[in-house]
Ligand binder design. Structure first.
Ligand code: PEP
Ligand code: CO
Length: 462
């Protein structure tokens, strides 16, 4: 077993990447003392439960759907916004569960996704250069010196907004909103204006009939009424993550209690860096982003570091190679990691390797490229006989215009209509549903090696 969690000072000595430069160390200390007193947002036992569910993904028995904003903002912590994101994730999960007949593990990029790594420390507009926006956890998006000054008190706001979000999510998923008999109502306030909506409505009607049949047969299970939903975010700001790390009294081991799952981003995955050192001590299930610069031997070293005990469900590898590279770059990484004997969950992030800027200056992604990277991911796993375990997506429940293409055929000129993201462009509701149908098609095309979950159970389980 590993030692208890290293101190913040030890972590900083390793040269932590992507950290804000706070002007007042005493203020930071006060904030951290306050955060350390706050109650956990999640219970360590829930993290253990998620770890065993990720193990099911790794073993080919389940599919992980992880999604939400690129960057949550304090202003958008409203009931409507949270409900919108949950609704699109649940709708996607229903498409996957029903059309592909595979259990879906639902994890939000939500209730803590407030800090962003940036490729440049500063932003220049005209003659003015200011610190880059690093997420609401650090500073504000407005382009002014006061707004861009890193403020540690924002970490308390991260905690408060995460708590409020998680509280509502927990109420939604157990209090009736997620009832499968409500699949139609998740869509009711939207005009049926696309064939994706129509396909969804047809599927919802079929589910309703199937449920009515089961209830008529006397089967009426709680599993129709509630869903398991977990929170996750990038563990970027060491101050915040460290203050929300607690020793679990049941097991005497450290958990990050600010989310069920936390991941290491592409820019902070240095083998000897502070983030790897911090995350390797946690008992939570953890994610590791791998981009096109990752080599197979680097991947193996990271995996050995982060999962020394080859524990099922410990690691989710989230690849984000880009549509034109996934077919070449991913196979040697999968082979090298599989050769270590570990069963990791292989998940595709088809967003971050496919970002470009339009001539009008909008950061965007093309739905066709997102779909192409996903198809490449499925092709690679099909070829290798490994299980394509899930997707990691930036999405929102609103009808934003941030990514081009998809069923609405959004053009670059349309982006100005409703471009609201605080960071990267997200799929809107229709584009997300369209992607879910595409994934369901790939999962059912018969060439993917899959374990039939039903065969895994014995008669006594029913
Ligand atoms: C993100 O997930 O928003 C992100 C910054 O991704 P990556 O670390 O893969 O670049
Ligand atoms: Co992003």
């Amino acid at each position: 077993m590993l030692d208890p969690i290293p101190s913040l000072a030890e972590l900083h000595r390793l040269g932590a990447a992507q950290q804000p430069a706070y002007p007042d160390a005493d203020e930071v200390a006060r904030v951290l003392a306050e955060l350390r007193r706050r109650p956990p947002l999640v219970f360590a036992g829930e993290c253990d439960e998620l770890r065993s569910k990720v193990a099911d993904v790794a073993a080919g028995r389940s599919f992980l759907l992880q999604g939400g904003d690129c960057a949550e903002t304090f202003d958008t912590v409203t009931a409507a916004n949270i409900r919108g994101k949950l609704r699109v994730l649940l709708s996607m999960a229903v498409v996957l569960t029903y059309a592909a007949q595979v259990p879906v593990l639902k994890v939000g990029r939500i209730a803590g996704q407030y800090a962003k790594p940036r490729s440049r420390d500063t932003e220049t507009r005209g003659a003015t250069t200011l610190p880059a926006y690093r997420g609401d956890a650090v500073n504000a998006l407005d382009f002014s010196p006061t707004a861009r000054q890193p403020d540690p008190r924002r970490l308390i706001e991260v905690y408060n907004h995460s708590a409020a979000t998680l509280n509502l999510l927990r109420a939604f998923v157990t209090g009736g909103f997620a009832d499968l008999r409500a699949v139609h109502s998740w869509n009711s306030d939207f005009v049926r204006n696309s064939n994706v909506e129509e396909r969804y409505e047809e599927l919802a009607a079929e589910i309703e009939r199937a449920l009515a049949f089961m209830v008529a047969c006397g089967v009426d299970s709680d599993t129709f009424r509630t869903v398991d939903f977990y929170s996750s975010h990038e563990a970027l700001l060491l101050e915040y993550e460290h203050a929300l790390t607690r020793i679990d009294s049941r097991t005497d081991t450290p958990y990050n209690v600010s989310a069920h799952m936390v991941w290491i981003g592409e820019r902070t995955r240095q083998l000897d860096g502070a983030h790897v050192e911090y995350l390797r001590h946690l008992r939570n299930p953890i994610g590791l982003k791998l981009g096109p610069s990752a080599t197979p031997s680097e991947a193996v070293q990271l995996v050995e570091r982060l999962d020394p005990d080859s524990e099922p469900g410990r690691l989710t590898i989230i690849s984000r190679m880009g549509a034109d590279r996934v077919r070449d770059m991913l196979p040697p990484i999968i082979e090298a990691v599989e050769d270590t004997g570990r069963e990791v969950a292989w998940v595709c992030d088809p967003m971050h390797g496919n970002t470009f800027e339009t001539s009008l200056g909008y950061k965007t992604r093309a739905f066709s490229q997102v779909a192409d990277e996903l198809n490449g991911f499925f092709d690679v796993h099909q070829e290798l006989g490994t299980w394509p375990g899930g997707v990691h997506i930036e999405l929102t429940g609103d009808d934003v215009t941030e990514c081009v293409g998809g069923v609405g055929e959004l053009a670059e000129a349309d982006l100005a209509n409703r471009y609201e993201t605080a960071c990267d462009p997200r799929l809107n509701r229709n584009q997300s549903l369209e992607l879910a149908f595409l994934i369901a098609e790939r999962l059912t095309d018969g060439r993917i090696r899959r374990v039939n979950p039903v065969q895994e159970y014995s008669a006594e389980d029913f």
